[in-house]
Design a protein around this ligand. Structure first.
Ligand SMILES: [Zn+2]
Length: 260
């Protein structure tokens, strides 16, 4: 065990049921307690990521999302409240998370990710969970995470479909290997049930927990594709592009070397 802070009796009690998870235990919980996670956009997907990471006891969460809660956010953005419509999302979300778990430090940044703030936001985190619906933000965070050698979990959904992958810089493909450029015609607004966005968020949160705690097998070099219309789940292998503009200069990954 490294220099992670010990657990208090209250924390052992709070996390009792997850401490029973084989391969996790007190060492895993201490790693979560010592960790800082950036969640970008805190809406239907990111709100659930933040909620689950706060419940699980990640020590510090930084949430980045500009703007105020709107009535038509409430079918999916579960950290917002009816009474909070019109108030900044970054006032509402930290308050809800503090009500759930006061042991977690939560910082709300009322900004979306831009060229100006990406390096600073990623620099303050041990792991990044990308929940932005815009490719520009996803690719920007990917570039910064690879540059700063930080693991990144990407959670995306559209309609009743979702896809999750986890990037470990130098070890796995990055998002730019998958999407060398922003796909054309990507819609800013799209059909969504809260249950679909929340499912993507819960899976993304679990990926973050696994990476931080060293539990199980994260989706390294794999993408989970789910069509919830007929509940089809499948995993595909994603490959590094040797000419990737973001990770192409890094040494070949062990994942790639083991593949035919
Ligand atoms: Zn790449």
């Amino acid at each position: 065990m490294g220099g992670e802070p010990p657990l208090t009796d209250a924390e052992r009690q709070r996390y009792q049921w997850q401490l029973w998870t084989p391969g996790f235990g007190e060492a895993g919980q201490r790693r979560l307690k010592a960790a800082s996670v950036l969640v970008t956009r805190c809406g239907g997907v990111g709100g659930l990521v933040a909620y689950e990471l706060a419940a699980a006891g990640v020590g510090r969460l930084v949430l980045a999302h500009a703007g105020a809660a709107r009535l038509n956010d409430l079918n999916r953005q579960l950290l917002m409240t009816d009474a909070g419509v019109g108030r900044p999302r970054m006032d509402l979300a930290p308050q809800r998370l503090a009500e759930l778990n006061p042991h977690v430090a939560v910082e709300g940044v009322a900004e979306n990710v831009t060229e100006e703030n990406a390096a600073r936001l990623v620099g303050g985190a041990d792991l990044v969970v990308v929940c932005a619906p815009l490719f520009r933000e996803r690719l920007l965070l990917n570039r910064e995470a690879v540059r700063q050698n930080k693991p990144l979990v990407d959670c995306a959904m559209y309609d009743l479909e979702m896809q999750i992958t986890t990037v470990s810089p130098g070890r796995t493909p990055c998002l730019a290997c998958l999407y060398p450029a922003e796909p054309p015609g990507w819609a800013r607004e799209f059909p969504v049930f809260g249950a679909t966005a929340g499912a993507a968020g819960c899976l993304g949160a679990l990926e973050a927990i696994k990476v931080l705690a060293g539990l199980g097998e994260p989706l390294y070099g794999k993408m989970l594709l789910c069509d919830l219309r007929d509940m089809t789940f499948r995993r595909t292998t994603v490959k590094r592009r040797p000419d990737c503009a973001v990770c192409g200069g890094l040494p070949p990954s062990p994942v790639d070397r083991t593949e035919p």
